[in-house]
Ligand binder design. Structure first.
Ligand code: ADP
Ligand code: MG
Length: 443
């Protein structure tokens, strides 16, 4: 580490080795420390040095350092913040009325949102609300699995509208907040106030509406809020982890309201886009990553943008703290536990079990010499997953599948790779099958 020049190896081992980097955002570093003692000591003795390293090596002006205890460690005061230079607050953005304070993440803008085939439609719809100020898509309903950018996109719309000054009153809430406020209002007998707050806005943005599942009274209330705004042609924007029809127990009338405008999906980004996102994130953190490292990241994390960013953070954090050049080898090392975790757990037998179950074929057939199409494809997918998720060599994989040689395995995996590139449905299937045996979300 940079710091290593300034402190003895013994001090380093004692104090800094046990520290993990939890979060790295431009200007903000969060460390996880094993106990309060280390936190206090490091806070006093090393915080300025650590901040200094980041300031110089990442080129940041201000650095805010937070230290959190390892999860599970008992603590009354969760964090201490060391503030070596002036701190910029995460500016809350103000709507027209003083009480309408919108708390938005200042990084969640369109400029910071990488567009690719996986999210093109949703972004176009979102932008058109900002640019044209029309109510053509009302509501706009965006759905996708966790970590694929729903919150970012919804907040980008809010930033866009605020920048343009077109919408006077914007309400942005998580559905959970909406529900909690509703329950509190019922308890206090103060529904009027609650309704006033949500029915007098120009734009209502509600994140994660799948939280309405199984909450009958909240659904009812939301239905009326929705209707009264919709009738007044106010813009409504919603997000959810699944399409309206698949939200469990959602009343039919809400399903039909949600479907009535524009419904679009945020899918997992494709390889190229994952590289772009990783590259963008690294740039934001003040450093560029070499091409092979970007490829490695995009290959390692496939289904969740938040985890993709996490991988970049880990690699850059390690590079900065330890003063290393970012190379493929150090990147592998930085992500080692993330990847070996899976490799350790997944066996060829696991993979075959997943594949036989999904395709309805028999294990003995996959391992036989037979080459019918019905067997060839599942077998090739299995080979592909084995290469990706286990440490077996081509030869070993070939042996396992009926004594085939390594070139057959290579051919098979190439076929799968090619089809994945051409066919998003197929790609999703393979990625999904690859997730099953290990049961993690990190490819
Ligand atoms: P969700 O709300 O769907 O769970 P988020 O909006 O919280 O996901 O996104 C998770 C993280 O990934 C955020 O830090 C967000 O900025 C980032 N992210 C997601 N999609 C993109 C994208 N297309 N370009 C850049 N960053 C993205
Ligand atoms: Mg979200």
């Amino acid at each position: 580490m940079e710091l290593r020049e300034k402190i003895t190896p013994h001090q380093y081992d004692t104090w800094l080795r046990a520290i993990r980097l939890a979060k790295l955002a431009p200007g903000a570093v969060e460390l996880i420390v094993p106990n309060k003692f280390v936190r206090e000591w490091v806070g006093k003795k090393y915080a300025p040095l650590i901040c200094d390293s980041f300031r110089r090596l990442a080129g940041w002006q201000d650095v805010r350092l937070t230290m959190t205890l390892e999860p599970g460690v008992d603590d009354e005061a969760p964090t201490i913040a060391v503030k070596p230079s002036a701190e910029r607050p995460a500016a809350p953005r103000l709507g027209a009325r003083p009480e309408a304070t919108l708390v938005l993440n200042r990084d969640y803008t369109f400029d910071n949102f990488v567009v690719g085939p996986h999210n093109q439609l949703a972004v176009a719809a979102a932008r058109s609300i900002v640019d044209r100020g029309t109510r053509v898509y009302n509501p706009l309903f965006v759905y996708g699995r966790v970590g694929l950018g729903k919150t970012h996109l919804l907040q980008a719309i809010c930033h866009g509208l605020l920048d343009r000054g077109t919408a006077k009153r914007i309400a942005y809430v998580s559905c959970e907040q909406f529900i909690n406020q509703f329950i509190a209002a019922v308890e206090k007998g103060d529904l009027e106030n609650f309704r006033g707050r949500y029915r007098l806005v120009d734009v209502l943005v509600v994140d994660d509406v799948h939280f309405l599942a199984s909450k009958e009274r909240s659904q009812e209330e939301f239905f009326h809020t929705f209707n009264s705004l919709h009738q007044l042609e106010k813009q409504i924007i919603l997000s959810s982890d699944s399409p309206p029809i698949e939200i469990p127990t959602l009343s039919e009338r809400l399903v039909s309201r949600f479907k009535q405008g524009m419904v679009c999906e945020l899918e997992p980004p494709l390889f190229e886009t994952r590289m772009q996102i990783a590259s963008r994130k690294a740039e934001q953190l003040g450093r560029a990553l070499p091409q092979d490292v970007l490829e490695f990241i995009a290959q390692s994390v496939q289904t969740n943008v938040r985890e993709l960013e996490g991988a970049v953070t880990r690699i850059l954090g390690k590079a900065i703290l330890m003063d290393l050049d970012v190379t493929l080898a150090m990147a592998r090392d930085a992500l080692a536990d993330l990847i070996t975790d899976r490799r350790k757990r997944v066996t060829l037998d696991d993979l075959v079990a997943t594949i036989t179950e999904h395709f309805g074929v028999r294990r003995s057939d996959l391992q036989s010499k037979r080459r019918t199409k019905a067997l060839a494809e599942p077998r090739q997918i299995c080979m592909f997953l084995a290469r990706k998720h286990t440490t077996h060599s081509l030869e070993e994989i070939g042996m396992y599948f009926g004594g085939r040689d390594h070139s057959t395995v290579l051919y098979g995996t190439d076929r799968v790779t090619a089809r994945m590139a051409a066919d998003p449905e197929f790609r999703r299937l393979v990625e999904e099958l690859g997730q099953r045996p290990g049961g993690t979300t990190t490819g």
